[in-house]
Design a protein around this ligand. Structure first.
Ligand code: DX5
Ligand code: ZN
Length: 225
């Protein structure tokens, strides 16, 4: 099977590194700076050792942008909160297989609630979780850090895993997005793309920069488009 290069690249700034006292403004700023998605990290101090925001805050930022809101659930249990995020205006909802008792049921629940469904893999989570799920997914999210915090270093051993998922996605013939999350900066984004990713989460690299538009432009130029 010949690997197709992704037709479109998407940049998804993670609000985790935004100024939480000015979230609406920050969302508008990254949208104006050329973001394709808004990545929204939900942490519960249970599945991951940090606590962030829930559906109320998602609903709060919804009127500030027409960009898709890409909700990354790091919570256990998952199912009870899914309809709340759909009502709050989420467009994509992704979850970790370790956090759901019934992965197939959770994927169906997300789809039934009108959102795109994603499955998230920690650096040490085996890809066998894709065996009976890939055909039902809209997105696969590979973590290139252990989840819980922004600003961590990219874990290089995830690169071959990205390539493996690219092959599996291409074999389906479906347009399933391959997103990578953690430690992505302008200086490694091209390597992540070369491995097969098409959607790039970047928190500290964008919100930690002075000029969001310049940073996103720099990332796109390294992607060659
Ligand atoms: C980590 C979160 C990431 C995080 C990425 O658990 O899922 O989305 O915000 O932040 P950076 O880009 O700073 O590694
Ligand atoms: Zn995330």
């Amino acid at each position: 099977m010949v690997r197709r290069s992704p037709a479109t690249f998407r940049i998804a700034p993670s609000l985790l590194s935004a100024d939480f006292a000015r979230l609406g403004e920050e969302v508008r700023a990254v949208a104006a700076a050329g973001a394709d998605l808004v990545h929204f990290d939900v942490m519960d101090n249970h599945y991951v050792p940090n606590l962030t925001v829930g559906p109320l805050v998602c609903a709060g930022i919804r009127p500030h942008t027409t960009l898709p809101i890409d909700v990354h659930l790091m919570v256990r249990p998952v199912d009870r909160i899914v309809p709340d995020f759909a009502r709050a205006g989420a467009n994509i909802i992704s979850f970790h297989p370790e956090a759901s008792e019934h992965v197939d049921r959770t994927i169906a629940l997300i789809s039934e609630n009108g959102c795109k469904a994603g499955l998230v893999f920690n650096p040490a989570t085996p890809l066998s979780h894709l065996d009976h799920t890939l055909e039902k997914l809209d997105l696969v999210l590979l973590m290139s850090v252990n989840p819980g915090f922004g600003g961590q270093a990219f874990i290089e051993s995830v690169l071959p895993k990205i390539a493996e998922v690219r092959k599996r996605i291409d074999a389906t013939g479906r347009d399933i997005w391959l997103e990578v999350d953690g430690g992505i900066k302008a200086d490694n984004i091209a390597r992540v793309a070369a491995a097969g990713a098409d959607t790039f989460v970047a928190g500290s690299a964008i919100f930690g920069s002075k000029d969001y538009a310049a940073t996103i432009r720099d990332m796109r130029s390294r992607l060659g488009k």
